[in-house]
Design a protein around this ligand. Structure first.
Ligand SMILES: [Zn+2]
Ligand SMILES: [Zn+2]
Ligand SMILES: [Zn+2]
Length: 154
């Protein structure tokens, strides 16, 4: 997927039409999100923004992330025990995270299609498969694990 300057402008006009002023911190946050793919914590985003505008506080960054999430522009995932990671909602995807070596595998939303269908059919529940990572053991760590039965433990 390519993220162009046009899409950045679209987000800013979405903010305007939602009645939000496009303040400098807000504009810088949107720019940071579009500049680099991948996920960053609120702290990492704040550091990028503060490199350009030292006055912007971390609480301003949190507030703006919340607003962008409310508008469906940004989403966050929990990849482990650390702080949440943020990225553009248009780039939403699932994660497999190895509990031993911390390796991350990104997987397409469609990967969870069957699970999503079953959760709706059996529980009437609409799952959000990218919110939390699926934790397990990567191929390399499985090979190192002496007892393969251990894969289901912990
Ligand atoms: Zn969350
Ligand atoms: Zn591993
Ligand atoms: Zn990811």
């Amino acid at each position: 997927m390519s993220l162009s300057g046009d899409e950045e402008e679209e987000v800013l006009s979405l903010l305007r039409s939602a009645g939000d002023r496009v303040t400098t911190p807000r504009r810088l946050l949107v720019r940071s999100l579009f500049e680099a793919a991948g996920h960053r914590t609120a702290e990492e985003l704040a550091a990028e923004i503060q490199a350009r505008a030292p006055d912007v506080s971390i609480s301003t960054v949190y507030r703006n992330l919340e607003e962008l999430e409310r508008l469906g522009v940004v989403t966050h995932s929990h990849l482990g025990h650390g702080p949440a990671s943020y990225h553009l909602a248009s780039a939403a995807h699932g994660h497999l995270v190895c509990r031993k070596c911390d390796a991350h595998v990104e997987i397409a939303e469609g990967f969870f299609a069957d699970l999503r269908r079953r959760a709706i059919a059996e529980f009437g529940f609409a799952i959000d498969p990218h919110h939390f990572a699926v934790i397990g053991l990567c191929a390399g760590c499985q090979a190192e694990t002496e007892d393969p039965g251990d894969i289901t433990a912990g």
